[in-house]
Design a protein around this ligand. Structure first.
Ligand code: NDP
Length: 475
C-alpha cells in the first residue's frame, strides 16, 4: 500500500514505436532510464519539501489548532516569526527515542522470528511462505507473509496494556507525537541512505538494479529492486507494512484515548475514522499475499520514496483526521455520520472487489466467474531482461471493463469519507483526499506508461477497449 510522496513521471514513449519484445523495451519497463527535467524537478521538490510539509501539518495542529493558514498569516503580519515557531517545537527526547527503538525492534522481531501461524487456523487467509511476481530480470522472490499475525499480536498487547497491565498510557503516541517525528525521520533517512549504498556496493540482485546516472533520482526512486539483508529481511515488505501500517491503527487508538482523556468521551467522528481506517488496514494485512503483486512490491525500487515515505509520510499524514479530532472533537449528526459510513463502506467495497477481481483473474488465468460470467480479456506478451518471452492477459470485464483503474476510484471514495467525518471547519483533514488523488492519478499515469512499454501494441488494443482511467465516460 503505499502511501508516499509521488515522484516524477518517466518519459512517455509512443507505444506504436515499441513492438512487443523490442530490445529497447526489453526488461526496461518499470522505471525511467533517462531522467527528464520534469522528473528531476519533481524529485528535487519532494526531497526538499516533503519533510517540511509533514512538519507544517503537525506543527499547525500543535501550535495553531490545526489551522493551515494561521502560521502563514502570523509570520507574514509579523505576529510571530519562524524562529518563534521553531522554538515552540518539541525536540527529540530520550523517552521518544526509547519508544521508537522499542517499537521498531518489536516489529522486526515479529517479522523475523515468528513464522506465520494465522494461515493454519483462519479459513481463506493466505500466509506463510509465498512467491512474488517475476522481476524484470526474471527472478521470483519468496516472502514470509506474517503481517496479519504481527498486527494481531501488537493490538492484543495494546488492549491488554490499556485494560489490564497499565505499563504505559494509551495516549503515549499522541503525547510524544513530535519527538517521535524526529525519530521516524532518522530511521527514514538512514534506511534510504543505506539502501542506496547497498545498491551500489552489495546489491541483493545486481541484475535487478537500475542506475539512471542521476544521483538524486537514484536516491529518491531507489537503485535496488528488492533489497534484502539475509534470506528473509525484505526491505520493501517490512517498511511498507510494519512500522507504518501496523502503527496506523495504534496511532488512531491513541488519538481516541486522548480525546477521551481531554473531553471525557470519544465522538462519533473519531469512532468512524478509527473504524473505517481499521477496515482498510486489516484488509491490507488479510491480503498481504495479494499485495506482493501490487506496484509497490513488483515494480517500484526501494529508495527514499518508499523508505522515508513509509517511516514518516504514511504514519504522520495518513492519520491527520484522528489528530485533527483531538483538537476539534466533532460530533456528527446521525444523517451525516450515516452518510460518511455508507460512503466509506461503498469505497471500500469497490476497492476490494476490483482488486479481488484482478487477483482472481490472474490466479486462475481467466478461468473464473466475474459478475456471473467468464471474463473477457486481451492476450498480451512481453519480454524480460533475460530475453525470455512471457504471455499475460488484461481483463476487460467487471470493474476492469468500466475503467482501467476503478480500484483507485474506490480508494478515493473511501479517502473522501475519512475527511468528511471531520466536518467542514478546516482544510487540514482534507489534505488526505487531495494527496491520494494526486498519488493515484500520478500512479495511474506511471503504471500506464510502464504497461505500454511492457506490452507495446497489446496495451494499445486494451486502452482502445477500455478508454477511461478512473471514471467511466469522464477520465
Ligand atoms: P493495480 O493493482 O491496479 O495494479 C496495476 C497492475 O495490474 C498493472 O501494472 C498490470 O500489471 C496489471 N493490470 C492492469 N490492468 C489490468 C487488467 N485489466 N487485467 C489484469 N491485470 C491488469 O495497482 P496498484 O498496485 O497501484 O494498486 C493496488 C491497490 O492499492 C489499489 O487499489 C490502490 O488503490 C491501492 N493503493 C493504496 C495506496 C495508499 O497509499 N493507500 C497507495 C497505492 C496503492 P502487469 O504488469 O502484471 O500486467
Amino acid at each position: 500500500m503505499a502511501m508516499r510522496a509521488p515522484a516524477g513521471s518517466p518519459k512517455q514513449r509512443d507505444p506504436k514505436k515499441i513492438p512487443n519484445g523490442d530490445n529497447a523495451a526489453q526488461g526496461k519497463w518499470g522505471r525511467a532510464w533517462e531522467v527528464d527535467w520534469f522528473s528531476l524537478a519533481s524529485v528535487m521538490f519532494l526531497l526538499m519539501f516533503a519533510p517540511l510539509i509533514v512538519y507544517y501539518f503537525v506543527m499547525s495542529c500543535d501550535q495553531y489548532g490545526c489551522s493551515l493558514t494561521a502560521p502563514v498569516v502570523e509570520v507574514v503580519t509579523g505576529k510571530s516569526s519562524l524562529s518563534d515557531i521553531w522554538a515552540h517545537t518539541p525536540g527529540v527526547t530520550a523517552r521518544a527515542a526509547q519508544i521508537y527503538v522499542g517499537w521498531v525492534t518489536f516489529q522486526v522481531a515479529l517479522y523475523m522470528m515468528i513464522p506465520d501461524f494465522c494461515h493454519k487456523f483462519l479459513p481463506g487467509y493466505v500466509g506463510g511462505i509465498q512467491e512474488g511476481a517475476v522481476t524484470p530480470a526474471g527472478t521470483v522472490n519468496k516472502y514470509e507473509i506474517n503481517g496479519l499475525q504481527a498486527w494481531l499480536i501488537t493490538h492484543l498487547l495494546w488492549f491488554a496494556n490499556a485494560h489490564l497491565f497499565h505499563w504505559f498510557s494509551p495516549t503515549i503516541i499522541f503525547d510524544n507525537w513530535i519527538p517521535l517525528l524526529w525519530c521516524a525521520n532518522i530511521l527514514g533517512y538512514t534506511v534510504s541512505t543505506f539502501a542506496l549504498v547497498k545498491g551500489y556496493l552489495f546489491p541483493t540482485s545486481a541484475k535487478d538494479c537500475k542506475f539512471t546516472g542521476n544521483f538524486f533520482y537514484n536516491y529518491m526512486m531507489g537503485v535496488e529492486f528488492n533489497p534484502r539483508v539475509g534470506k528473509w529481511f525484505d526491505f520493501k515488505l517490512f517498511f511498507n507494512g510494519r512500522p507504518g501500517i501496523v502503527a496506523w491503527t495504534l496511532i488512531n487508538l491513541s488519538f481516541a484515548a486522548k480525546q477521551q482523556e481531554l473531553f471525557g468521551s470519544v465522538t462519533n467522528a473519531m469512532i468512524l475514522v478509527n473504524v473505517l481506517q481499521a477496515v482498510y488496514v486489516v484488509d491490507f494485512f488479510w491480503n498481504e499475499t495479494w499485495y506482493l503483486k501490487t506496484i509497490d512490491i513488483c515494480h517500484d525500487h526501494f529508495g527514499w520514496y518508499l523508505g522515508w515515505g513509509d517511516c514518516v509520510w504514511l504514519p504522520y499524514l495518513y492519520t491527520l483526521q484522528g489528530l485533527y479530532l483531538v483538537y476539534h472533537p466533532v460530533q456528527l449528526s446521525a444523517p451525516h455520520a450515516l452518510a460518511v459510513l455508507l460512503l466509506g463502506l461503498a469505497g471500500y467495497y469497490i476497492f476490494r472487489e476490483a482488486n479481488h477481481q484482478k487477483d482472481l483473474f490472474r490466479k486462475t488465468d481467466g478461468n473464473c466467474q466475474i459478475w456471473g460470467r467468464k471474463p473477457k480479456y486481451i492476450e498480451c506478451s512481453y519480454t524480460s531482461a533475460d530475453g525470455r518471452r512471457h504471455r499475460s492477459k488484461l481483463m476487460v470485464s467487471g470493474f476492469w471493463g468500466l475503467a482501467r483503474h476503478f480500484n483507485y476510484t474506490g480508494d478515493l471514495l473511501g479517502s473522501l469519507a475519512y475527511c468528511l467525518a471531520c466536518g467542514f471547519s478546516h482544510l487540514l483533514p482534507y489534505f488526505y483526499v487531495v494527496y491520494m488523488s494526486i498519488l493515484l492519478i500520478h500512479r495511474c499515469l506511471r503504471d500506464e506508461d510502464r504497461c505500454s512499454r511492457k506490452y507495446g501494441r497489446d496495451w494499445e488494443r486494451y486502452t482502445a477497449t477500455v478508454p477511461r482511467r478512473l471514471l467511466p465516460g469522464l477520465f
